[in-house]
Design a protein around this ligand. Sequence first.
Ligand code: AHR
Length: 347
Amino acid sequence: MRKLVVVVGLLFCVLLWVSSCSTGRVENGEIPGEELLHEDDALAVEDDETIVVGFAQVGSESDWRLANTQSFENTFTEENGYYLIFEDGQQKQENQIKAVRNFILQEVDYIILDPIVETGWEGVLKEARDAGIPVIVADRQVDVADESLYTCWVGSDFVKEGRRAGEWLADYLGKQGRGREVINIVTLQGTLDSSAQIGRTDGFADVLEEHDNWVMLDRETADFTQAKGQEVMEGFLNRYSDIDVVICENDNMAFGAIDAIQAAGRTCGPDGDMIIISFDAVSAALQAMQNGEINAAFECNPQLGPIVSDIIEKLERGEEVEKVQYVEETYFDTTMNLEELLKERTY
Ligand code: AHR
């Protein structure tokens, strides 16, 4: 039995309690978390079948993130039997915590949490557990001692992505006859303490350790955004004259880095003086490879909506779900037929 009747019953108190309201997706500029159900939202779920899902998203910092949001919005539709309440955390954990608390007050059936950072979730997850609302963690992970605080996690193996990038670099340099040369590397890191940052940094570092001729000159966060990617890369270019490799922990930071490199009159990509390695592999990154600006991109699959929906369907049937579910991922480089690959790329 859904909790929709209770949602409607609570509406009056809720409306008194809040100063502002929202329906569905919160756009940039609004502070999420302060908003609760609009009257229309409550009415929209006044049936016994619809599954109400609250989704606390990280933000809209990257092409990957937009594709990820799209995947949830395309899956959790009325036609598929869902009512989705979307909250954009705008890259702030406190916004996401407020969003989850609001979902609990609204007595949603399920909470999907894409946590900005790994730590600091115990309190709000306990509140969800006490309220009997299953929490499905998607994309990034939560670091909690008590794993019963969430139902399951689905997302990428970020460490594997980072290691794969390092192995690709070793192979590439070897083929160029640069296997024993001193290789100076800089890294534009994602949001510090996010799983995507931790995993990619650690995975690449594993391979770095195996190569005593590789030197990590610097690592700095650019928060997964293009604007900060450009800013951080400008700083690197001012401080170091001999960068051989730029690791960008997502495509958007790579786009910013490329802008900075070109503005400084330098070149990158297979024929340039800096090798660019990126993560996500969105269409624009494959196009940048076609333009000779990026050497390789390691895929991070954003299409998590259908997988989470399958999990919810299993839970609805009272079935067990796997605690940890990794998605399939690949990589792309300029030796591949990018034109053909782009035809099939959906994000
Ligand atoms: O958590 C996934 C990462 O977050 C993606 O690599 C990045 O683009 C996004 O912002």
